[in-house]
Design a protein around this ligand. Structure first.
Ligand SMILES: O=C(O)[C@H](O)[C@@H](O)[C@H](O)[C@H](O)COP(=O)(O)O
Length: 223
């Protein structure tokens, strides 16, 4: 793991967008199609705003969420909506979006259909993650039911029940899929998340799920 510090969040967003464009371009030299996994939340928007204009062969890029809230794509909490509105515009509009959520009575009922959608996309080539102050990443939360499975499952995705910290059920990539990405980036802002990351270095993934994906990752941090 290496940490790159930035003077402010704007500089971070522009530089990370450039680095991601470079990673995607490199992957496109070796692969016919490239899988690019991105998080939801409040952090990635400005990076997307810069990255969407990158002059790369977006038509060969498949964009997939690292995790998804089980809500309709037009819902304000949908990661698919965030990605469609902020990343898949401008030149990046020609990329293919692969959803992690499809409507179903229960999230777990949709897993076979979603797995069929993502199987041709895997493995992940370029990955961006966020992290909460509780050291969760994607929808892998400390102490959540099913975390042990999510940390070492052979299944690429899991349905995660709603908890007090997340108001809706989710679908998430499992830790081995995220950790196996060829190029991994974590973007965090502020001293509290920086301290949480430092704590995670000495904790097991069961207590700090981010610890399951830190090998070889580049951390981008601004206050
Ligand atoms: O669907 C999500 O919410 C993300 O995938 C989640 O893992 C996010 O990256 C962290 O919760 C950090 O969120 P912020 O960027 O809002 O701090």
């Amino acid at each position: 793991m290496n940490i790159q510090e930035y003077a402010d969040r704007d500089l971070l967003a522009m530089d990370v967008a450039n680095k991601l464009a470079g990673d995607l371009e490199t992957a496109l030299l070796h692969e016919e199609t490239v899988a690019f996994a991105v998080p939801g939340g409040t952090t990635p928007g400005p990076i997307f705003d810069s990255l969407c204009a990158a002059d790369i062969e977006w038509e060969r890029v498949r964009v997939v969420p690292t995790d998804e809230r089980c809500v309709p794509q037009d819902h304000e909490r949908s990661n698919a909506r965030l990605i469609q509105e902020r990343l898949l515009v401008n030149r990046a509009a020609s990329a293919e979006f692969v959803p992690l959520y499809v409507p179903s009575a229960r999230p777990e009922d949709a897993l076979p259909e979603v797995e069929a959608l993502i199987a041709p996309v895997l493995p992940l080539h370029v990955l961006v993650l966020g992290m909460g102050e509780d050291m969760h990443t994607a929808s892998l939360y400390p102490g959540m039911p099913g975390l042990a499975e999510a940390l070492d499952s052979d299944a690429p995705i899991l349905a995660v029940a709603r908890t007090e910290v997340q108001p809706e059920p989710r679908i998430t990539f499992t830790a081995p899929v995220l950790d196996g990405a060829l190029s991994k980036h974590l973007v965090i802002y502020g001293s509290r998340k920086r301290a949480a990351l430092e704590r995670a270095l000495s904790l097991p993934p069961e207590e700090a799920p981010i610890a399951a994906v830190l090998s070889g990752i580049t951390v981008h941090w601004a206050e």
